[in-house]
Design a protein around this ligand. Structure first.
Ligand code: MF3
Ligand code: CO
Length: 289
């Protein structure tokens, strides 16, 4: 859509087009001409949207900090679910997983060989030596945020500790690969390279995703991809990076009974860390710190 230079910008900033996204559009047009996949305008967040996601992210981080403070051996994942629900609701927000496509709880809790989407339950008790991913997503005033951390319950094996640490580094390596006007494929290339150099595999069946007024938007952020491929990363895009890294191979299966929980096929450990990120003019900002 062509815009007059003096009319209000399509991004909703209220500014004149020529003082807002005119140069941006020129750049996008050129990149598209050169054969790149470029983001749709609806993926470009304005200041108000970014502030909204940031506020949602602040509550989301508060939830994770609250879990970090209370998690211990002997508690159930059902207890974690209640911690998440109570904290979120008491801060005026909504736990995004609750009733999302039929997901029955407020948070995902994935232990040891569970790759992701573990469903909290009062009968699942955290044991000393477990590693557990707590994946928290929040809706606040219509804006989504999404982040997860690993928790080590009591003393865990050296192997488990190393997997948890390397997986955190995989997220960091992925975040460092985010460059304005780079490609989404740069992220998965960096993560894959790092994880495999440490002797681990990278899950391919789940990916990061755009996030904003919806839980899952474009782009799909693969953790296994090639540098210089996929959608252009333009300032104003918001998405998650959430690598799932396996001790053994990458194959997984989904629990047939609940339809959600993914397990490693070989029964070996899996870990995951996640942040919601904003591409800025000059780099990247973490919105879930
Ligand atoms: N936080 C998960 C993600 O990164 C949520 C999966 S959907 C749920 O997309 F219903 F399981 F929460
Ligand atoms: Co996510």
């Amino acid at each position: 859509m062509e815009m007059h230079r003096n009319s209000r910008c399509w991004c909703g900033s209220g500014k004149k087009y020529k003082q807002c996204h005119e140069k941006f559009d020129e750049k996008i047009r050129l990149l598209a001409q050169q054969g790149n996949i470029v983001p749709d305008r609806k993926l470009i967040k304005n200041k108000k949207d970014i502030l909204g996601i940031k506020k949602s992210g602040e509550i989301n981080t508060g939830v994770l900090d609250h879990v970090a403070k209370h998690i211990h051996a002997g508690m159930s994942t059902g207890d974690i679910d209640r911690l998440v629900y109570d904290y979120t609701v008491s801060h005026g927000a909504i736990p995004a997983p609750l009733n999302y496509e039929g997901f029955p709880k407020s948070v995902c809790t994935s232990i040891n060989d569970e790759v992701c989407h573990g469903i909290p339950d009062d009968t699942i008790i955290l044991q000393e030596g477990d590693i557990v991913n707590v994946d928290v997503s929040t809706i606040y005033h219509g804006y989504y945020s999404d982040a997860s951390r690993m928790f080590m319950i009591g003393n865990v094996s050296e192997e488990a500790k190393r997997l948890v640490e390397v997986t955190k580094e995989c997220l960091e390596v992925g975040i460092k690969a985010v460059k304005p006007w780079g490609h989404v494929g740069d992220i998965g290339a960096a993560i894959y390279e790092y994880a495999t150099s440490k002797g681990y595999s990278v899950v391919m069946d789940f990916a990061g995703h755009g996030v904003g007024k919806e839980f899952h938007e474009d782009p799909i952020v693969s953790h296994v991809s090639r540098k210089g491929t996929g959608m252009i990363l333009a300032p104003g895009m918001v998405f998650t990076i959430e690598p799932m890294i396996n001790e053994g191979d990458y194959h997984l299966f989904i629990d047939e009974d609940n339809g959600w929980t993914a397990y490693t096929e070989d029964g070996k450990l899996s870990a995951q860390w996640e942040h919601t990120l904003l591409v800025t003019e000059h780099g990247v900002e973490i919105l879930t710190y």
